[in-house]
Ligand binder design. Structure first.
Ligand SMILES: NC(=O)c1ccc[n+]([C@@H]2O[C@H](COP(=O)([O-])OP(=O)(O)OC[C@H]3O[C@@H](n4cnc5c(N)ncnc54)[C@H](OP(=O)(O)O)[C@@H]3O)[C@@H](O)[C@H]2O)c1
Length: 305
C-alpha cells in the first residue's frame, strides 16, 4: 500500500548515476527550476562533474547519503544496475523513485515500493551520446511515463517543464515502444555509420561521408515529421528506377559485400510503403523485389561457401 504523497516542482531531486542521461536530465531539470540537490554515481568524479554544473547541488561519495537528501530519486545507472542499486538503498515511506530505462518496466523498482516508496518511470525517447549534447536535445523529446495517477501527473508536468512531450505507457507496451526507439535512435546511427564508411571506397574518408550525409539525415527527420508515413519515402524505389537499383546492388556486391544484406533488407522493407504511397506500381514493386532477392540470396550463398 503506497501513501498518496503529492510531488511537485518544489520536490527535491537526487540523481544516482551521473552518465549521459542522468547528467543531461539533472541539468535540464535544474535549468527548468527543479531543485536538484544531490548527485552520486559509481565514480565520485562523475558525480562531481555533474553537480558542478548545478547551483545548489552537491556530489556525494555515498549513494545512500545522496538519496537521503532528496524527496525524489532518479536511478539513471545502466539498465542492469537499476534493480541492484534500488535494492541497496534505504528507502523511506513516501519517497519517490524513477528510472529512465525504456526497456525495463516500473516493477524493477519493487525493492523500493515494498519499503513504502512510490515508483515511476520517465524514459526520454532520445539518443544521448554526451551530457553537453543531451541537455540541448531534451526540448522536443517525448517522455514515456509509467506510474500511478499522481506519479503520471508529476512526471508529465516534469516532461513539459523541460520542453518535452509526455506519453503514458502500459507496462506490457514498453518493450515494443523501446524497440521502435532503438530502431530510430541507435540503429539509424549504425545506418549512418555504414553509409559514411562507403565513402572510403571512392577515395574519401568516413568523416567526410558523415559530414556530407548528416544534413540528409536531418532532412529525412523533417520529412518524417511533416509528411509522416508513407509520405517520407523517396528515392529510386518509389520512382521504380530498377536500373539504378541494379547498379547499387552490383556496386555493393563488388566493393563492400558485407553491407549488401543490410541494403537489401531495408530496400525490401521499403517497397510496401512505396506502393502504399501510390508512387510505385505493385507490378514494378514485384520486379524490384525479385531483383533484390536475387542479389540477397547470391550473397548469402557466397557467405556460407
Ligand atoms: N543513452 C541513451 O541514449 C538513453 C536514452 C534513453 C534512456 N536511457 C536510459 O538511461 C539510463 C542511463 O543510460 P546512460 O546512457 O546515461 O548510461 P551511461 O552514460 O553509461 O551512464 C550511467 C552512469 O551510471 C554510473 N553507474 C554505473 N553503474 C552504477 C552503479 N552500480 N551505481 C551507481 N552508478 C552507476 C556510471 O558510472 P560512472 O559513475 O563510473 O561514470 C555512469 O555515470 C539507462 O537506464 C538507459 O536505458 C539511455
Amino acid at each position: 500500500m503506497t501513501e498518496a504523497v503529492a510531488f511537485d516542482k518544489g520536490t527535491s531531486l537526487a540523481f544516482i548515476g551521473a552518465g549521459y542521461v542522468g547528467g543531461s536530465l539533472a541539468i535540464a531539470l535544474a535549468n527548468a527550476g527543479y531543485p536538484v540537490v544531490a548527485v552520486a554515481s559509481r565514480t565520485f568524479a562523475s558525480a562531481q562533474a555533474v553537480a558542478a554544473q548545478i547551483p545548489g547541488s552537491s556530489a556525494f561519495e555515498s549513494i545512500a547519503d545522496a538519496a537521503a537528501r532528496a524527496q525524489f530519486v532518479f536511478i539513471t545507472t545502466p539498465d542492469d544496475a537499476i534493480g541492484p542499486t534500488c535494492e541497496s538503498m534505504p528507502w523511506r515511506l513516501g519517497q519517490g523513485v524513477a528510472h529512465c530505462s525504456g526497456a525495463a518496466s516500473v516493477d524493477v523498482l519493487d525493492p523500493a515500493t515494498v519499503r513504502g516508496a512510490i515508483a515511476g518511470a520517465f524514459h526520454p525517447l532520445q539518443s544521448f551520446n554526451s551530457i553537453e549534447n543531451g541537455v540541448l536535445s531534451v526540448p522536443g523529446t517525448t517522455f514515456g511515463i509509467e506510474g500511478d495517477a499522481p506519479m503520471q501527473s508529476y512526471l508529465s508536468d516534469m516532461a513539459r517543464a523541460v520542453g518535452g512531450n509526455p506519453i503514458l505507457l502500459k507496462p506490457e507496451d514498453k518493450v515494443l515502444y523501446h524497440t521502435s526507439g532503438v530502431l530510430m535512435g541507435n540503429l539509424l546511427a549504425v545506418l549512418g555509420s555504414v553509409a559514411s564508411r562507403i565513402w572510403e571506397q571512392f577515395d574519401h574518408t568516413t568523416d567526410e561521408g558523415a559530414r556530407a550525409l548528416a544534413p540528409m539525415m536531418k532532412a529525412v527527420a523533417t520529412n518524417l515529421e511533416t509528411s509522416g508515413v508513407p509520405g517520407v519515402i523517396a528515392g529510386p524505389y518509389p520512382r521504380g528506377d530498377i536500373g539504378t537499383v541494379r547498379k547499387h546492388l552490383e556496386a555493393l556486391s563488388g566493393s563492400v559485400p558485407e553491407y549488401l544484406p543490410l541494403y537489401c533488407e531495408l530496400a525490401l522493407a521499403g517497397l510496401p510503403f512505396a506502393v502504399e504511397k501510390g508512387a510505385l506500381d505493385p507490378e514494378r514493386a514485384r520486379e524490384i523485389e525479385a531483383l533484390v532477392n536475387q542479389y540477397k540470396s547470391r550473397q548469402a550463398s557466397r557467405a556460407t561457401a
